[in-house]
Design a protein around this ligand. Structure first.
Ligand code: 5GP
Length: 206
């Protein structure tokens, strides 16, 4: 068994259902830890400090950058979002598979720093559905919805940089599929070098 957990990035268009998939993974399976990001955007109704995000002022966020507390950060539709380093490092060390639910610029920065990061991109089955989901969510005004759809056009250009495309059609099946992809990754030869060395060592006894 490889001891250290896998660092997993889940990206996808705003409204694709990433958050719901991640919640499903967390509640059904025990080996996941979810990184909570810091952001300068205002909390939506029902969002609580330290649960969905650490809500920070722009000054506080800039200080986190300066003090090297973030693995990555990016600006998205006028606000900063970033991943605090300490929690991610400690959970990976404890063998947890750590999920970062972040957008594409951040995803690519994480991969640059940690090349064995697993990158998953979530999309609804069709783009009309994406618009309907964003409108149905009712947490954003028209301008923000429009901005998020424009942003989706840009993000779609980067999908080939990801390892897997996860189509969020039937939610339950999608959660199970995502879990199986991650489980499969644990068996990848390049993630099992110390196991392979151990096998070779043990074989020398014969
Ligand atoms: P929302 O405002 O809908 O919560 O998030 C907007 C976008 O920012 C989403 O695509 C979300 O995945 C992304 N995001 C959330 N946290 C982070 C982070 O720490 N870093 C980066 N780069 N993106 C993030």
């Amino acid at each position: 068994m490889n001891k250290k957990g896998i660092l997993i990035v889940i990206s996808g268009f705003s409204g694709a259902g990433k958050g719901t998939i991640v919640k499903g993974l967390m509640s059904r399976y025990s080996n996941y830890a979810l990184s909570i990001s810091a952001t300068t955007r205002n909390p939506r109704e029902g969002e609580r400090e330290g649960m969905e995000y650490f809500f920070r002022s722009r000054e506080e966020f800039l200080k986190m950058i300066e003090e090297n507390q973030l693995i990555e950060y990016a600006e998205y539709v006028g606000n900063f979002y970033g991943t605090p380093k300490e929690y991610v490092d400690s959970q990976l060390e404890q063998g947890k598979d750590v999920i970062l639910e972040i957008e594409i610029q951040g995803a690519l920065k994480v991969r640059e720093k940690f090349p064995d990061t697993l990158l998953l991109f979530v999309t609804p089955p069709g783009m009309d559905e994406l618009k309907a989901r964003l409108e149905g969510r009712g947490t954003e005004d028209c301008k923000t919805i429009e901005c998020r759809l424009k942003r989706a056009i840009l993000e779609a250009e980067g999908i080939e940089q990801y390892d897997y495309l996860v189509i969020n059609d039937v939610l339950d099946e999608c959660i199970a599929r995502t879990h199986h992809i991650i489980q499969g990754e644990h068996c990848r030869v390049s993630r099992n070098i110390s196991n392979i060395e151990k096998i070779r060592e043990e074989l020398k006894r014969f």
